[in-house]
Design a protein around this ligand. Structure first.
Ligand code: KIV
Ligand code: ZN
Length: 514
């Protein structure tokens, strides 16, 4: 590996998915993985296979379908985890096994109840085991940010000697600050005698808002892999936002002296996809992928940009994938034009029936909406696939409301093809609709999140609604899109109900069963 190559390791599907309420279906994970491959990330951490049968299957499916990026599975330092991860990534053309064990005094004493020597022995045994499945083994001393330097050096040296080819240094609880974190990387590279045989990687959490700064400081100290997620999603305050690191090193190559192979024009699409699947909106002022990141509202800025772009723009909106994606499809467009544009956007349907259903939806959208954008087409395609997979389908909806009366909703929906009519009053039309569905289904779930995002601009825009339902500790997010946001809300609620039923409990990687 040349020293100016920065490896981008995406853990949206593993650490990102660990964030409360971000659970994804296998299909959604595959869809995101395919987009990550279009983005040209080097490594996709596809999941934690031992956590559930569903996650095992999702990682395996990704391993079967991804051809360019390396597919990685996570395992704690024990035989069962490593076996599950090894089996799940087996079909991948290029595969990596990532194993970890905690090395900070607090984690070793309070969580593992193991001495440092015992931890080191387990790390070595785990790496040996992992090497039976692949030569590409990554080792992480969890909570490295709070670990003692001498022990960290000892375990990293042993890990490399045993065959770990990537050493990942996690700031698991987002505790370090940039100069301190870069010092950890520098000291390890200086002190560990076989350090030159491994790639040093960093994995930062954002509890103090310093994940990107810490990662970049580590790059300056010689780290050549950065781990993170799209939109910075992840446990608690999240992980390093990869789009920020990618564009920081590219825009400031003069400072960082390295670059990644990322196709940066795919960043916005990746961000929108992750936001839509998880239901986590992207704040408008978010660097790179926020809706306002390239808008120049103030008169002074606009004047400058019009005279010479670089007065206020350090990178172009197009370079990260913002473009006016108005397409020339309308209600007179044919099925072929529709299909061709979707293929260009990376969407294909499994069969003609699905394509026909999507085309019908597109026609009815074109009847209601003047301008159709790529994002509208993607929403149509996603809605078609969602309905195909769901037991619950909206057949029709009507409601009455007013400033001087209670809202009343009538929802006609089918469950496994059998139609039901439900009516209820509520505090507004959305509440009335949800109460109506619940009056029939009685799921016992509680509503943990309700969010509406406009897919494009204008009052005729489709609303993309996310509904998160929680039951017995499990949470799922359902989605629905429509030009009428109340209808989009009912679709999202029915989608969430269907997903709640298929959701089994999972083990968390930081839950220790050594
Ligand atoms: O934050 C962390 O320490 C992790 C490890 C599993 C690498 O996610
Ligand atoms: Zn993490």
């Amino acid at each position: 590996m040349s020293n100016d190559n920065l490896i981008i390791f995406d853990t949206t599907l593993r650490d990102g998915e660990q964030s409360a309420g971000a659970a994804m279906s296998a299909e959604e994970k595959l869809k995101i993985a395919l987009q990550l491959e279009r983005l040209r990330v080097d490594v996709i951490e596809a999941g934690f296979p031992v956590s559930s049968a569903g996650d095992f299957a999702a990682v395996k499916q990704i391993a079967e379908n991804i051809t360019d990026s390396i597919v990685c599975g996570l395992a704690r330092a024990n035989e069962k985890d490593i076996h599950a991860a090894g089996e799940a990534i087996a079909p991948a053309r290029r595969k990596r096994l990532h194993t970890f064990i905690a090395t900070s005094p607090i984690h070793m004493q309070k969580k593992l109840n193991l001495s440092p020597d015992e931890v080191l022995a387990r790390a070595v045994a785990a790496i040996k085991m992992a090497r039976k499945y692949t030569d590409d083994v990554e080792f992480s001393p969890e909570d490295a940010g709070r670990s003692e330097e001498d022990f960290l050096c000892r375990i990293v040296e042993a890990a490399i000697a045993t065959g770990a080819t990537t050493i990942n240094i996690p700031d698991t609880v987002g505790y370090t600050v940039p100069h301190q974190f870069s010092e950890i990387i520098k000291r390890l590279r200086e002190r560990v005698p076989n350090a030159h045989k491994a790639v040093f990687s960093v994995h930062c959490h954002n509890d103090l808002g310093m994940a990107t700064a810490n990662s970049l400081a580590a790059v300056l100290a010689g780290a050549r892999q950065v781990e993170g997620t799209i939109n910075g999603i992840g446990e608690r305050a999240g992980n390093t936002a990869l789009e920020e690191v990618i564009m920081a090193v590219r825009t400031r190559r003069d400072v960082f002296s390295c670059d990644s192979r990322i196709e940066s024009r795919q960043l916005v699409t990746a961000s929108k996809l992750v936001s839509s699947v998880t239901g986590f909106p992207v704040q408008p002022n978010k660097a790179i992928v926020g809706a306002n990141a390239f808008s120049h509202e103030s008169g002074i800025h606009q004047d400058g940009v019009l005279k010479h772009k670089e007065t206020y723009e350090i990178m172009s909106a197009e370079s990260v994938g913002w473009s006016s994606n108005l397409i020339r499809l309308g209600k007179l467009s044919g099925r072929n034009a529709f299909k061709t544009r979707l293929v260009e956007l990376g969407v294909t349907f499994e069969n003609d029936t699905l394509l026909n259903n999507a085309f019908e939806r597109f026609k009815s959208l074109a009847d209601k909406k003047r301008d159709i954008y790529d994002d509208d087409l993607l929403a149509v395609a996603a809605g078609t696939e969602r309905d195909e997979d769901n037991r619950y389908r909206l057949l029709s909806f009507s409601s009455t409301t007013g400033s001087d009366r209670q809202a009343r909703a009538t929802v006609v929906f089918s469950v496994d093809g059998e139609a039901h009519t439900a009516e209820a009053n509520g505090d507004g039309q959305v509440d009335a609709a949800f109460c109506a569905v619940e009056s029939k289904i009685q799921s016992g779930a509680s509503l943990a999140l309700y969010a509406v995002r406009n897919i494009t601009a204008g009052s005729d825009a489709q609303g993309d609604v996310s509904v998160r339902l929680q039951k017995n500790g499990a949470a799922v997010t359902g989605h629905g899109a429509d030009t009428d946001i109340v209808i989009a809300s009912v679709k999202a609620y029915l989608n969430a109900l269907g997903r709640l039923e298929g959701n089994a409990s999972r083990t968390h990687p930081q839950q220790q069963t050594i």
